[in-house]
Design a binder for this molecule. Structure first.
Ligand code: 5RP
Length: 235
């Protein structure tokens, strides 16, 4: 069994091949893409790569500053060339579940502003049908119990507010995360995203549909780049 941490590092570093001089780069969140951020910082200091970054979380902002990537605000630029980010699951149509690290709202805004999206993952993230990983949904603290009940009725499954020790997890935006235990049943992620977003109290859902252009996937037999045939990237 290959060391998962080693696989994450391999995928994270390999994805840097998509980043070229002068690009504006969305910097994702998580234990896989952290290797991308570190490698981009290394290429800047050792190889003269010039980029600017937009982080998708406070944790990534801190790391990017540590490794020397200059940061800009999304509001001050006209879009990004690319975002590189992790995922909790991806299906054969390159639809994703994200938000395991509670950063889904900023991640989705950054992905929406990006000309392309590359996902870095180890091969445990590849699934036939989304949903074995509990679906993260960012909800307002106000009346979150009612929002959880509405989600549970809609999805017909258990929905829990994510906890850290005795208290709820709060996102970088001051919201909470409701995790929906749908099981691997999400065969229509686009339809489901639309329905979930109609519930008042829902800020965003961790279904990333029609956003991912390529997955850089590390497994026991090495790392491969799988291009979405309907996507915006070439190898
Ligand atoms: C954070 C995310 C992460 O990208 C996702 O959870 C994957 O993280 P990791 O690479 O640590 O498995 O969506 O909100």
């Amino acid at each position: 069994m290959a060391d998962v941490e080693a696989l994450k590092k391999e995928a994270g570093i390999e994805a840097c091949k998509f980043v070229k001089d002068g690009m504006k780069v969305g910097l994702g969140t998580g234990s896989t893409v952290k290797h991308t951020v570190i490698e981009l910082g290394r290429r800047m200091s050792e190889e003269g790569l010039q980029i600017v970054g937009v982080p998708t979380s406070l944790a990534t902002e801190k790391l990017a500053i540590e490794v020397g990537i200059p940061l800009v605000q999304l509001s001050d630029i006209d879009g990004l060339d690319i975002v590189i980010d992790g995922a909790d699951e991806y299906d054969p149509r390159f639809q994703l579940i994200k938000g395991g690290g509670a950063a889904l709202l900023r991640e989705k805004i950054v992905a929406q502003e990006s000309g392309s999206m590359v996902v870095v993952a180890d091969d445990r993230k590849k699934v036939e049908t989304l949903g074995a990983f509990p679906l993260p949904i960012e909800v307002t603290p106000f009346s979150h119990e009612a929002t959880v009940r509405a989600l549970s009725r809609l999805l017909d499954c258990r929905v829990n507010i994510r906890m850290a020790g005795d208290g709820p997890v709060f996102t970088d935006n001051g919201n909470m995360i409701a995790d929906a235990h749908t099981g691997p049943t999400i065969s229509d992620p686009i339809g489901l995203e639309t329905k979930i977003l109609m519930i008042a109290g829902v800020v965003q859902v961790g279904l990333f549909n029609n956003m991912c252009d390529a997955v850089v996937l590390a497994g026991e037999n090495g790392v491969e780049t799988i291009l979405n045939p309907a996507g915006r990237l070439e190898n």
